[in-house]
Design a binder for this molecule. Sequence first.
Ligand code: C2O
Length: 563
Amino acid sequence: MTHHHHHRRNSSALPGRMGLAGLTWLFWHTFVARAATVTYDFNITWVTANPDGMADRPTIGINGHWPIPTIHVNVGDQLVVNVLNSLGDVSTSLHFHGLFMRSAAHMDGPVSVTQCPIPPGERFTYNFTVDQPGTYWYHSHIHGQYPDGLRGPLIVHDPETPFKDMYDEEVVMTVSDWYHEQMHGLLSWFMSKANPTGAEPVPNSALLNDTQNLTVPLQPGKTYLFRMVNIGAFAGQYVWFEGHNMTIVEVDGVYTHPAEASMIYLSAAQRCSFLVTARNDTSANFPIVASMDTDLFDKLPDDLNWNVTGWLVYDSAQPLPGPAVLYDPFDPFDDMGLVPWDNQTLLGEPDQTISLDVIMDNLGDGANYAFFNNITYVAPKVPTLYTVLTAGSYATDPAVYGTYTHPFVLEKDQVVDIVLNNLDPGKHPFHLHGHAFQVIWRSQDEAGTFADSNVTAADFASVPMKRDTVVLRPNGNMVLRFKADNPGVWLFHCHIEWHVQSGLMATFVEAPIEMQKTLTIPQDHLAVCEKAGVPTAGNAAGNSVDWLDLKGERTPPARLPEG
Ligand code: C2O
């Protein structure tokens, strides 16, 4: 007989995370490590926050607090998150970034994909088993909303981690960009004819653990596992600890063979865990520096400090020094050099190859949109998963999902290649829901398209790096490979929140008939659709009489006439 422990946690019962991440871990560690049901009750509300000391702003908090809580579970636990949307003025949702949602694709969180929006005043429960160890995060997946504050770490502890004998304590650390304006206003400027080049709003500052005063107490000689998450909207960040090396052991929930680094780069949505051994000498404190990747910014405002400093504190009586070195150019660890701990070899030849060109272009409204090939994403009238579940045998025909969800239907257990060609001079961190992919090829900057680059299978690593978010280089290309062994509707998108809004997304409908056999949508999920006035049956246009008639499908603005 198995015993299930039921834990109910209210975030306000947790100690603060600022500078006390280790304490949160100690608190957590007092729980028995056995399959449990871990429940969080999240009342999502507006609060006021001012993490950089420069501007109070309305920020999305949980249970009256911001920063929002870090979710802690053990591998094998059942995680239940009861959401109450008390924002009053706007819908919400939660996505658990990097978790595969095996047999629970309806719990993935993106609105119009696997669920309806949760309107103000409504409740919605996420309930799934967590079977992957490592460092994840959770965030809103509607309205470009997470940079308003609704984003935090999610840690899956693993009593059997291969590195358990190599460290004494864990420290969860987030890095983020921060805006003083709310996303709603920034987005309406970003997607307007006043901004025809699609210049992304530049953040106002950078944060470590949602503050600019982070101190991490270290004890001499101890080794710490730092779990670092970039929960930002836009900026990739260079991160280094002065006077200390990092030994990387995990990226995006994938354990790696230990790799030495002196600096890492984390794009929006990437995670990295690394070991840091404290010095034996307590006579000085050392800066932790995160530096926003200013290559991403169209212009550099005069008053922007793109660095944020925190400190490894050995002795609080000693000064907290500023960074000794500011690098230019930066030389971060190349994640392509990482070898997954499971030594998984290159998957076999692909059964399906999806080729996507990344393009930025204007449409008839004068605003700048992002495209995969010739398609900019527009949400369907019926969430794509609900189309799958109501379309019967039509579910294998991509036509029912409409043109502008940019659907690809994958058969169960197919090996799939995604070939990405960046026809844009910006870096783009691409993320696939429901999977970690093998990154079997990535070019340097300005390499042109994959087809033009004479790369062959002989150039692919025999044990490729794996993660769930990877940076495509400016005007470069890459090839991602994964096995379609996880039925679900999975978004593939750039994780720069501006580009989610401008349409840089495609939809992978993986094993639809399998989903029909295994998934049942809970009543509370259907209830929010009713409240939101969103249909739960039919094709992308809401038609369940003639499944191939997409008349009425939502469309982007027409293209500008040629010439
Ligand atoms: Cu962090 Cu669509 O995800």
